[in-house]
Write a protein that binds this ligand. Structure first.
Ligand SMILES: C[S@@+](CC[C@H](N)C(=O)[O-])C[C@H]1O[C@@H](n2cnc3c(N)ncnc32)[C@H](O)[C@@H]1O
Length: 304
């Protein structure tokens, strides 16, 4: 066990397992404003505690970036719940040529290691988890972003029913820009604000949407300044947080959309059929209806 206060963190390691300085620098792409490990000079970081992400390619990429950016011998702790990638960290570090000591505490696996590793293996895993152009989608994407290598079926259903929109709008939780790309095909759209909490999604959306009408914001939709007077909002709202279903998140997105629209403005949204969005839409919009129900998804149109 490393007994030290970490001054650099990735994600939110549980405080009862890792001591973190109150002024620690954050490197998670899911925390707006955080620094990016990939932007640091190699071998420059003095320590890092990482709550390793669950997805295999994403986790290996993050571990490889950490080992590349840490100074040789700098303390590194990587941990995760056992059933959310924690059991894989040791194997990943072995593949990266990085010796470690593994312990198990409170349903987590913790690996203590030091900066360094096999440069060739590090380069390979950074390549495998980095941005890539997906020919089948015609879009840039990166492992770890939502539905990174396919169009989400809920989004596909919304795209199928979405009319040509007009005026000023927003895409809340834009991901890599799959919805925005279609929205901007309408020449009547004058502006589109794309917001997402995931820096990687915004970076990919910027590559995918090269259009002067698009504005990109790496931000938490629920904390960002409210956009006012919009003509439309499109969204496939999130309903998971940290791998756990959170219906309140999607409901908060709907409240945010209502607050951002002008009277008469329209919200188009797609949601899994089981999500209870009708009750939230009703008091916030003059008119809300299910336009289509297909493959387990509902497409709502709600007019303020
Ligand atoms: C269901 S996905 C939809 C992505 C994209 N619009 C699509 O259709 O493929 C929801 C998106 O919301 C983002 N997200 C989750 N919580 C957020 C928040 N509080 N603020 C902004 N974006 C958020 C996620 O990163 C994810 O990209």
């Amino acid at each position: 066990m490393i007994r030290m206060e970490f001054v650099n963190i990735y994600g939110a390691p549980p405080p009862d397992l890792v001591e973190v300085s109150a002024t620690a620098m954050q490197f998670s792409p899911l925390v707006p404003g955080a620094a990016d490990l990939a932007a640091l000079p190699e071998a420059s970081l003095e320590s890092l505690a990482m709550l390793a992400p669950p997805g295999t390619l994403e986790r290996r990429y993050a571990l490889a970036q950490a080992l590349r950016r840490l100074a040789p011998g700098a303390p590194f702790m990587a941990l995760a719940p056992k059933d959310k990638g924690g059991a894989r960290i040791a194997g990943d570090l072995t593949a990266l040529g990085c010796p470690y000591l593994e312990t198990a505490r409170r349903h987590h696996r913790l690996c203590v290691a030091k900066g360094g590793g096999d440069p060739a293996a590090i380069a390979t895993l950074i390549e495998e988890g980095g941005p890539r152009f997906l020919q089948n989608l015609g879009l840039w994407s990166q492992p770890g972003v939502f539905s990174w290598d396919r169009i989400d079926p809920g989004s596909a259903a919304l795209l199928h029913h979405l009319p040509a929109l007009s005026g000023a709008g927003a895409d809340f939780g834009c991901g890599i820009g799959a919805l925005a790309r279609d929205v901007l095909r309408s020449s009547s759209v004058v502006s589109l604000a794309l917001l997402d909490i995931d820096r990687r999604a915004i970076d990919m959306a910027k590559r995918n949407i090269v259009d002067p009408r698009a504005r990109f914001q790496w931000a938490d939709v629920l904390k960002a300044d409210t956009l006012a007077g919009l003509d439309f909002v499109v969204m496939n709202p999130p309903f998971h947080e940290g791998g756990v279903e959170n219906q309140a998140l999607g409901q908060s997105f709907i409240r945010r959309a209502a607050a951002s629209l002008r009277t008469g403005g329209v919200c188009w949204l797609t949601a899994n059929r089981h999500l209870p969005y009708e009750a939230i839409l009703k008091p916030l919009f003059r008119h809300a209806s299910v336009v289509a129900e297909t493959n387990g998804y509902k497409i709502f149109q709600a007019r303020k």
